[in-house]
Write a protein that binds this ligand. Structure first.
Ligand code: CU
Length: 384
């Protein structure tokens, strides 16, 4: 989809307002550009991937049994799912019926940044459901979200290095979705494949390294799916516990929003491509930890697990009036650096920051790229 003709036709597709409209245009496109067919069907709105995807899996005449098997069991679209250059033919916005349904009734809640406890054993079962839902992210703002488990971000997962994570995604949405865990080492075209409504994909992994790792939907166009809210974090603690601390998880994400439709502002794909966000948030809500700060006691060690899911921008993490005694460049407890004021967490990355709260006060924690701090990536740590 890199030639100008494909770009122009993709634009037409992006404007397709209805399923029938989309399909007729997609079908015309497939005739015009045969190679574009598979790419286009992988992102058809309203789950129309099913038939086309099945067709794509049919083995070519004369294919050997082995290749037939692999064609059948592997998602033909999955390699494309991970291709970040497949932009331009996304649905124009995240506005679907489910994403805005009952928007006015959506309740605000603070996203709890506390690191959840570790599982008692060495196995962790995680079952997520992908669904579209309106999410109230402030008193006067509801967004038409594509979510894992009905929230943005999805739930925080916590395990240790070497634990077995048994993961299942069940898709409850019209649109195909998938799950890419950055903490897994696994064949992405199998594990991270897209599933349609009512179907599930399961896989198992054992994280090799400690840290905070992004997870996200990897269905094409990835930008649209991450940008519409399908992201979260898994914290992998080292097997030897780190020093005792109050542990918080902050996932920075950007919002690119269109005008309100049925009470909810949808995520806007063209705006995502512009890379100038309306809001930048910690854990999905602009300024939420100013409204309800994080609270610790004098003498506490605080550990921030900071991830940036982007989709575009890093988080230049800084605590006003404090210094990090330790920032781990790689997997904790390795590669610590000392006495750090600010460190940038790249989009798609995560890092661990520690400070000892030996002074009382109210300490703002910010993305020190202040345009992004001003747009909501800011909170308060109260030391009492
Ligand atoms: Cu998705």
């Amino acid at each position: 989809m890199s030639n100008p003709e494909a770009g122009r036709l993709s634009e037409i597709l992006a404007r397709s307002a209805t399923r029938r409209d989309f399909l007729s245009r997609a079908s015309a496109l497939s005739l015009a550009i045969p190679a574009a067919s598979a790419a286009l069907t992988s992102c058809a709105p309203n789950g129309e991937q099913r038939a086309d995807s099945a067709a794509a899996k049919r083995p070519p005449a004369g294919a050997a049994a082995g290749s037939e098997d692999s064609l059948f069991h592997h998602n033909s679209d999955s390699r494309l799912d991970s291709a970040v250059l497949k932009g331009g033919h996304a649905p124009a916005t995240s506005a679907t019926r489910e994403a805005a349904e009952h928007a006015a009734a959506a309740k605000y809640h603070r996203y709890d940044p506390t690191l959840p406890p570790l599982p008692s054993g060495n196995r962790l079962q995680v079952h997520f459901h992908s669904r579209e839902a309106p999410i109230r992210v402030s008193d006067d703002l509801v967004v038409a979200g594509w979510t894992f488990e009905g929230d943005i971000p999805g739930p925080i997962v916590h395990c240790r290095v070497g634990d077995t994570v048994e993961f299942t995604l069940t898709n409850e949405s019209d649109i195909p979705h998938s799950m890419d865990f950055h903490a897994a080492q696994i064949d992405p075209k199998v594990a991270f494949r897209s599933v349609v409504e009512g179907q599930s994909v399961s896989y198992t992994f054992k994280p090799k390294w400690a840290g905070i790792f992004m997870y996200h939907c990897g269905t094409a166009p990835v930008l649209m799916h991450i940008g519409s809210g399908m992201y979260g974090a898994i914290v992998v603690s080292p097997r030897e516990p780190l020093p005792a601390a109050k542990e918080f998880v902050l996932v920075q994400g950007e919002y690119y929003l269109g005008e309100t439709v049925n009470g909810a502002r949808p995520f806007d794909y063209q705006k995502m491509l512009s890379t100038v966000p309306d809001f930048v948030t910690f854990n999905g809500r602009p300024n939420q930890y100013i409204r309800e700060p994080l609270r610790v006691k004098v003498g506490d060690r605080v550990r921030f697990w900071v991830g940036s899911v982007g989709p575009q921008h890093p988080c230049n993490f800084h605590v006003v009036g404090e210094q990090f005694d330790t920032v781990y460049l790689g997997a904790p407890p390795g590669t610590p650096i000392r006495g750090v004021q600010t460190f940038a967490v790249p989009a798609g990355g995560g890092m661990c920051f520690e400070l000892l709260c030996d002074v009382s006060g109210e300490f703002p924690f910010v993305n020190h790229a202040f345009g992004h701090g001003q747009k909501g990536a800011i909170g308060i740590l109260v030391v009492e």
